[in-house]
Design a protein around this ligand. Structure first.
Ligand SMILES: [Zn+2]
Length: 214
C-alpha cells in the first residue's frame, strides 16, 4: 500500500454514513441531540483493544479515554478532565479501567530499556511492579509475571480513581459510579472482571476527603 492508503478511511466513512442513514434517516439527528453515555472507558491506546468493538457498544454509549497502558495518573489533567466531566456532568454510573494481556507498555516497563521521555510514563508501572515484587517473583516465568502485572496495574488504576475527590463525592451523594477493573485477552477476545469497587470501598483514611453533602 502506498501513502494514499489513508483514503480508505474516508471512503469507509462514506459507506458507514450511508448504512446508518439506510437503517435510520434520523440517526445522526438523534445522536446530536443527546450525550448521555452510561459508561466511562479508560483503556490502552493499543489498536487491538477498540473499546466499542469488543463491548458491542454504539456511538453514544461510551465516554472514552485511552493512553499507553491505561494509566490513571493523578497529575494527568487530560484523564482528570475526562473523569470530572463524566462524573459531574454526564452522571456516569460506571467507570471501567481495562487493561489487556500482551500490553506493550507493561512489557516495556518490565524491561530495563531506556525509552527517553517515555520512561517517565512507564515509571508508574515500574512502581506498581515494585510494590508487588514478592508476588511477581514467585511466578514461574516472565509471561506469567507479565500477565499478573497487567492485572495488578489495572487494579491499581481503579484504586487511583477511588482516591479522587470527584469519585468520593459522587459516592457519598449518589452511590455511583461503580469502578470496574477488567482485562482483555487478545488471544480469545474475552474480557475478564478483576475488581469492582463501590461506595462501600473507601480508600485508606489518608486518601479520604471531608466532603459536604447528605
Ligand atoms: Zn497496552
Amino acid at each position: 500500500m502506498g501513502m494514499e492508503d489513508y483514503r480508505r478511511l474516508l471512503a469507509d466513512n462514506e459507506r458507514w454514513v450511508a448504512e446508518r442513514l439506510g437503517e435510520d434517516p434520523d440517526y445522526f439527528t438523534r445522536l446530536k441531540g443527546t450525550h448521555n453515555p452510561s459508561y466511562v472507558w479508560i483503556g490502552c491506546s493499543d489498536s487491538r483493544v477498540p473499546a466499542e468493538t469488543i463491548t458491542g457498544c454504539q456511538p453514544g454509549d461510551l465516554f472514552v479515554h485511552r493512553n499507553v497502558a491505561n494509566q490513571v495518573v493523578h497529575t494527568d489533567l487530560n484523564m482528570l478532565t475526562v473523569v470530572f466531566y463524566a462524573v459531574e456532568e454526564l452522571r456516569a454510573r460506571h467507570i471501567i479501567v481495562c487493561g489487556h494481556y500482551g500490553c506493550g507498555g507493561v512489557k516495556a516497563a518490565m524491561s530495563g530499556q531506556d525509552f527517553g521521555l517515555i520512561n517517565r510514563w512507564l515509571q508508574n508501572i515500574k512502581d506498581c511492579a515494585e510494590r508487588h515484587q514478592d508476588e511477581l517473583a514467585a511466578l514461574p516465568d516472565e509471561e506469567a509475571r507479565s500477565r499478573r502485572l497487567i492485572e495488578l496495574n489495572v487494579i491499581e488504576q481503579v484504586d487511583h480513581l477511588a482516591k479522587t475527590s470527584v469519585v468520593q463525592r459522587a459516592w457519598k451523594q449518589e452511590g455511583r459510579p461503580w469502578l470496574h477493573g477488567w482485562v482483555y485477552d487478545m488471544r480469545t477476545g474475552r474480557l475478564k472482571e478483576l475488581v469492582l469497587r463501590t461506595a462501600a470501598d473507601l480508600p485508606h483514611p489518608v486518601h479520604r476527603f471531608d466532603l459536604d453533602g447528605p
